[in-house]
Design a protein around this ligand. Structure first.
Ligand SMILES: Cc1ncc(C[n+]2csc(CCOP(=O)(O)OP(=O)(O)O)c2C)c(N)n1
Ligand code: SF4
Length: 290
């Protein structure tokens, strides 16, 4: 498909206006998802992608409303099913830039079973998880990343379960690009989103995106974040796991990376092998069953 890129103003300024829609975000004031949305606009404008070549797939939740706010193709699917749909879209048309988005409930609670398989396939999709440790849309129940003992309406005596560690999980699954960002650090987050989108293979970008209405963590998160040292080698899996298990601070940046063939490349190879073998004689095949 011939595509026209969106022209950007000279002098390095970024014009995000062409990527906005006329749908007004319904998020609460201060919701971290606003920051993530702006960083996605900035990445799209900087890369000069054209809307007809972008597909944003989401699940269900406050954060999953995001595709409606981006001038591109969007697919607001069902709860926890972002990755199967994103896999289908990318497989049907590998030329599209497919970005998956959603919340921690969508990704790590109901949708968690899809993550290891997306990792095995190494689907060429960047998955941006806006993690606020709660189910914002359904009024703040603890998600899979909620801290133990967290007191909310449905856990008045404290959350019973320990939180899942998404970065450690992603490294254990050998996801080929694993990073953590923070909606309160937009410059760095835009860079991480850009790297995740540019990565050939599955990129999981865990983004701390506080829920100001049900679980406002801006202050404690801002006090604990630190940027990953320049000396960190993201291809060193053990070093990455050590960072993932760090308790005192919250490392922000690219934590783990490996380069291997993506699902789109594997599909292409399989198609080439099948074409080289030639089209099977369908009638002969039918006869073999008689
Ligand atoms: C199959 C199914 N189960 C439960 C729900 C109810 N539900 C809607 S959104 C949601 C959780 C949303 O939390 P999260 O994914 O973290 O997104 P957030 O709203 O925090 O951005 C739940 C449980 C649903 N829509 N579908
Ligand atoms: S309820 Fe929380 S997650 Fe949902 S829009 Fe409001 S602040 Fe954001």
């Amino acid at each position: 498909m011939a595509s026209e890129t969106i022209p950007q103003p000279p002098g390095g300024a970024i014009n995000i206006a062409p990527f906005k829609t006329d749908v007004h975000p319904v998020w609460c004031p201060g919701c971290g998802d606003f920051g993530v949305l702006t960083c996605i606009y900035r990445m799209l404008a900087t890369k000069q992608l054209s809307p007809e070549n972008i597909v944003i797939v989401s699940g269900i939740g406050c954060s999953s409303r995001l595709p409606a706010y981006v001038n591109a193709y969007g697919f607001h699917t069902v709860h926890g099913r972002v990755l199967p749909v994103a896999t289908g879209v990318k497989t049907a048309n590998p030329n599209l830039e497919v970005i998956a988005v959603g919340g921690d409930g969508d990704a790590y609670s109901i949708g968690a079973g899809h993550i290891p398989h997306a990792a095995r396939r190494n689907i060429d999709v960047c998955y941006i998880v806006m993690d606020n440790e709660v189910y914002g849309l359904t009024k703040g129940q603890g998600s899979a990343t909620a801290p133990v003992e967290m007191v909310k309406g449905t856990t008045p005596f404290g959350q019973l379960d320990d939180p899942l560690n998404p970065i450690a999980m992603a490294i254990a699954y050998d996801i080929s690009f694993v990073a953590r960002g923070y909606s309160g650090k937009p410059k760095e987050l835009t860079e991480l989103i850009t790297q995740g989108v540019d990565h050939k293979g599955f990129a999981l970008l865990e983004v701390i995106s506080p829920c100001t209405t049900f679980h406002d963590t801006y202050k404690p998160v801002s006090q604990r974040i630190r940027f990953v040292d320049a000396s960190h080698d993201p291809t060193d899996r053990l070093a990455a796991m050590k960072l993932a298990l760090e308790k005192e601070t919250i490392p922000i940046g690219v934590i783990y990376k490996n380069q291997r063939t993506s699902f789109s490349e594997r599909i292409k190879t399989t198609q080439e092998r099948s074409q080289a073998k030639g089209t099977p004689d369908f009638n002969k095949l039918l006869e073999s069953f008689q």
